[in-house]
Write a protein that binds this ligand. Sequence first.
Ligand SMILES: [Zn+2]
Length: 180
Amino acid sequence: MKIETLKEKEILLEGHFILSSGKHSDKYIQCAKLLQYPDKAEEFLKIVVNKVKTLDFDIIVGSAIGGIIVAYEIGRQLGKPVIFTERKNGKMTLRRGFEIKEGQKILIADDVVATGKTSKEIIELFESLMAKVIGVACIVDKEGIDIGYPIYSCRKLNLKSFEEKDCPLCKKDLPIREGK
Ligand SMILES: [Zn+2]
């Protein structure tokens, strides 16, 4: 997928942003505005579906909130069941009666994999449940990131973040926005 397409669909914003981690970046990724259109969600996630459709897995697990629509649309295209994880008191967990059986093969889905922190939390959760994670599907992931499992995305991007004191954009006095 072309970078221009990501910019055109407002998935990729450029400028000077404060991320939720508190770090600064010249890029901000958001997928919610694209995913509000079911036809666009279908078109973008077809790219990911084509990469995962020959893999052997039983269930897709989205990460709430960002991964729910991504997981659902992949599941819809492949005819696979979809559940999601969410945080309770900060800890990633399965609620709502969702269950995973020992040995079940899982594809994790999220909108963006940037730091890999959420993916790793979900992987740990399913390893503790004796399930088998086969990889992570997403719309955008960070170039060079290693979460110990394959990542299947529409596009890899060169995402950099800086501590405020080291931020080259602050040094240029560029106005900053909150990424949200
Ligand atoms: Zn800055």
